[in-house]
Ligand binder design. Structure first.
Ligand code: C5P
Length: 223
């Protein structure tokens, strides 16, 4: 690991889940401890980058030297990322963003009405933050190196490759979702246009450092 390979670069990272309100008391969310994204932010900082970490609700300390923006919902996460994206050279999307949110959250607590009937919630689709930033950068002819993550339960390599192509990004990291949630270790594969490169199971910080070194190498080679 060569330190300072990202000196002078700006790295934007999303981490953790999002929380989508049903009412002021309740909401829907995803499994995500935020550990992988916080490890990526720490590794990028160690490599000398200026790092902004946009975090959903997690219980983790901010890595030293990293600027952190806390958000709750996918739309807040998108707004924070859009505000930072113009200045960024690298975007690493590790957040487990809720795909849908309640369409009409109540501004007061929904009460049981004694009828025994449960409320029926309508959902609406959330913005895809990674897609929006990748497309925005392309539209501006900007050079934002975008990296996605994909947690899958089966057929990881095929799903990850399809996802990378759909989002139009150079690099995607695949992992088997349910095995990694909340764990300190992870087993990942790097997926790019050339194919799939598995990385041996290791602590998330070790993998994050490998990922950052890989990004630095690709950017050094002209992206
Ligand atoms: O399409 P899917 O959600 O499986 O893609 C996962 C990747 O896209 C992750 O990098 C995740 O952070 C990002 N993503 C996002 N906004 C969404 C959904 C996913 O940034 N609404």
């Amino acid at each position: 690991f060569q330190p300072q390979r990202l000196a002078g670069r700006r790295v934007l990272v999303t981490a953790g889940p999002t929380f989508e309100a049903i009412d002021p008391i309740r909401g829907v969310t995803n499994h995500s401890s935020g550990k992988m994204g916080f490890a990526v932010a720490r590794a990028a900082r160690e490599a000398g980058a200026d790092v902004v970490l946009v975090a959903g609700p997690v219980h983790l300390p901010t890595p030293r030297g990293v600027r952190r923006i806390d958000v709750q919902s996918a739309r807040q996460m998108l707004a924070a990322c859009e505000a930072e994206a113009d200045d960024a050279d690298i975007f690493v999307a590790t957040a487990a963003v809720a795909d849908w949110r309640p369409a009409a959250p109540s501004d007061h607590k929904i009460k049981k009405d004694g009828s025994g009937r449960a409320p029926v919630l309508a959902f609406t689709e959330n913005p895809d933050i990674l897609l929006a930033l990748a497309q925005g950068a392309r539209a501006r002819s900007g050079a934002l190196f975008c990296v996605g993550f994909a947690a899958e339960s089966h057929d990881l390599a095929a799903h990850a490759q399809a996802k990378r192509a759909r989002k139009g990004i150079p690099l995607l990291v695949g992992n088997i979702g349910p095995l990694t949630f909340g764990q300190d270790d992870n087993e990942m594969m790097l997926v790019d246009a050339q194919g799939v490169q598995p990385l041996p199971r290791a602590p998330k910080l070790v993998l994050a450092r490998q990922l950052i070194a890989e990004i630095a190498r690709r950017m050094g080679a002209g992206g």
